[in-house]
Design a protein around this ligand. Structure first.
Ligand code: ZN
Length: 371
């Protein structure tokens, strides 16, 4: 069966200006810190979009128009006090920061952020309306680190958190699962739905990379939401073998037990083999395989509904192939091979014993997941 795949992107996402710094510090000549383009810049995402167009895959996708999120939608997750203060920052001639010193925005960044939220929400609504079966929202800025109280880690708003909250309002009783394969912990999604029994949040991430003190297996939800939060911290160096094992042993059984009506994905390609910020080794083919496992789960429990929202990914040369491969899998249309072709010959892609120990420990959490 061919599925209809939605796709949303807007050129405005490339205009979110994060300026310069030196990696994770403000540049500072006295300390030898030379200014350079922020890791989180427009290039990677622009080039993913361009490859989707140039490869011809775009002709097989259903374009879903981006829109701005409304203030009422933003308020489903974030307090008005944060929205007001961020808007004030966004109105300054030189912009400012969302609060943690690592989340810069230039003038007008607020409205670009609301369009990222609105784009994910519009795609989610198209999927629920049956206009498309699955889809990819290629948005910027990312969202999975933004907590209820505000932005952090390059994220102004919780794009997926708000989209899910809108669906919960429009479809009372709906159950949604989020799978986060970004190399960093999906702490924002966890924070927003920690006590919510109707949202299962699963994050696979490089152990304690960012945020430093979050993402452990012991963080399992609270109150009515107990056992609806699963963290799968993985050792640095985990490749396709480890990720596929984690999907087969933890993600898939958890989804099949929870039986969501929609599966959402926080899709960061900073878990790819060439990323400058992560130390993981997923290839384009690997993301394709992970997508296919989630499609199987979506077919089994969620009428094929699979909503993928873009998060991190900082290698401008390789991320486009990762994005293309996910969309090729979603749509069932293959346009290009991975010219790097490292799936078969890149070393270290097997499941290693020290990875298996961690994943098997996470698999123990699945027994407490209920429908
Ligand atoms: Zn990330």
């Amino acid at each position: 069966m061919t599925l209809r795949t939605g796709y949303v992107y807007h050129e405005l996402f490339g205009w979110h200006d994060t300026g310069t710094n030196t990696g994770f510090f403000p540049s500072d000549p006295a300390r030898g810190l030379q200014p350079s383009l922020n890791y989180e810049n427009a290039e990677t995402k622009k080039r993913i979009h361009e490859l989707i167009v140039v490869s011809g895959l775009i002709d097989h996708l259903t374009r879903v128009p981006a829109r701005h999120a409304t203030n009422d939608e933003l308020l489903l997750v974030h307090p008005q006090s944060y929205l007001t203060s961020l808007k004030k920052v966004s109105e300054q001639p030189l912009g400012g920061d969302a609060g943690d010193g690592e989340t810069p925005l230039a003038k007008g960044g607020y409205e670009i952020g609301t369009m990222a939220v609105g784009a994910v929400t519009a795609l989610a609504q198209s999927i629920m309306a049956g206009d498309v079966d699955n889809g990819y929202a290629l948005v910027r800025p990312p969202g999975h680190h933004a907590v209820k109280s505000g932005g952090m880690g390059y994220c102004l708003f919780s794009n997926l958190g708000i989209a899910i909250s809108v669906l919960k309002k429009e479809h009372p009783g709906i159950r949604i699962a989020v799978v986060d394969w970004d190399v960093h912990h999906g702490n924002g999604t966890q924070d927003i739905f920690y006590d919510d029994p109707d949202v299962l949040s699963i994050s696979l991430h490089q152990d304690r990379l960012y945020p430093r003190n979050s993402g452990g297996r012991e963080e399992r939800g609270t109150g009515a939401g107990i056992n609806t939060n699963i963290n799968i911290p993985l050792p640095a160096g985990t490749g396709n073998g480890g990720y596929i094992y984690a999907f087969e042993q933890v993600v898939k059984p958890a989804l099949l037990k929870f039986k969501p009506d929609l599966i959402a994905v926080a899709s960061g390609f900073d878990s790819s083999v060439y990323d400058p910020l992560g130390r993981m080794m997923i290839t384009a083919e690997g993301y394709s395989k992970l997508t296919s496992i989630l499609m199987e789960c979506a077919a089994a429990t969620a009428k094929n509904r699979l909503l993928i929202a873009h998060e991190g990914g900082y290698n401008a040369i390789y991320s486009p192939f990762c994005g293309l491969f996910v969309l090729q899998e979603l749509s069932g249309v293959k346009k290009l091979e991975d010219p790097f072709n490292h799936t078969d010959n890149y070393p270290g892609q097997a499941l290693y014993p020290h990875q298996k120990v961690e994943i098997d420990a996470a698999a123990e959490l699945v027994k407490d997941v209920t429908h």
